[in-house]
Write a protein that binds this ligand. Sequence first.
Ligand SMILES: Nc1ncnc2c1ncn2[C@@H]1O[C@H](COP(=O)(O)OP(=O)(O)O)[C@@H](O)[C@H]1O
Ligand SMILES: [Mg+2]
Length: 366
Amino acid sequence: MTSSEELFIGIMSGTSADGVDCGLIDFSEDLPVKIMTRYFPFSQKLQNEILTFSNNHNISIDDIYLLENTLTKSYAKAVISVIKELNISPTRIRAIGCHGQTIRHNPDKGYSIQLVNGSLLAELTNIKAIVDFRSRDIAAGGQGAPLTPAFHGAIFGHENIHRVIVNIGGMANLTNLNPREPVTGFDTGPGNYLLDSYVKVMTGDSFDDKGKWAKSGTVNNALLKKLKQHDFLQQLPPKSCSNEQFNLAWVKSLAPKLIKPIDMQATLLEFTAQSIINAQKRYCPTADEIYVCGGGAKNDFLMERLIDLSGSVLLKKTNVVGIDPDWVEAFAFAWLAKKTLFEEPIDYSNVTGSKGPRILGCIYPC
Ligand SMILES: Nc1ncnc2c1ncn2[C@@H]1O[C@H](COP(=O)(O)OP(=O)(O)O)[C@@H](O)[C@H]1O
Ligand SMILES: [Mg+2]
């Protein structure tokens, strides 16, 4: 850390509801420098609660706010443990950018809900908390998602090479970095969510380690064809999705009664891989390189299928272009917090469809 340090903390917890990604980043150089990154998994109980809230439309307002406080305490705990481990004062951190936990995403109805209590986060950490990044974009007519393409453009863009960044979280999103065009990006459909949900129901595990279970099955082509007809996949960008569009109830409504569980998992993985690469081929046909980040990059079989489907286009993980795939999103929310703090608008009109440049986020002073 230098004397001109610009320290921000980025916190991401996505629709997979697996845990908290926390990164302390220094933005004083041209490229962001990782000071420390840590992952704090949610307890099984908290994960189940988040997933129930995301799928259940009959929950009480009190329960929502209680869950928000529980989540906020886990974000604060992550921050405190990082600064304690480094033995630095909270006053050195300019701000925390915290995405919060999405429990609803309905931009077409004018809202997207990420649970995080900014006041409590600032109170518990003694650091300025910046939250609620999506609402302003939605207020300006955008989808409120994906928000990471602006960061991808700033960090991974190349003056001659056409790159595509694919983030595979609960849902998957793609950023198109064509040097001859403005940055664009959109959600491609499911990421890990369907894979995780089915494994959880069938085995009780939170995810299919390295995709081994899916690899042992055979794709059911009739089901795959039906899954690929989902309306969302036919829609033109700007578009964003959540588990309200892609969930097991929808899969089961299309699946044959007697499909073997391993074949179901194999089919869901193939569907996920094809929905990503088909989107890339359709909207970024001249891409030279594809870089993958998010937890899906740890699913070896998914990566194998993506490499195979991408054909002659190079497909690797983002560590090759400077950021470990596990931390790209945490970096992005630290970067977004910096943009908010310095009141720098970001133009998402080619990504989310918003009307024009806006300053996103809401600041809770410490
Ligand atoms: N070893 C692994 N094998 C397969 N999948 C994995 C592995 N490790 C993590 N994942 C997947 O990554 C997900 C978490 O990814 P993440 O990028 O944090 O998603 P989100 O942004 O939705 O929280 C897990 O739920 C799981 O599906
Ligand atoms: Mg996660």
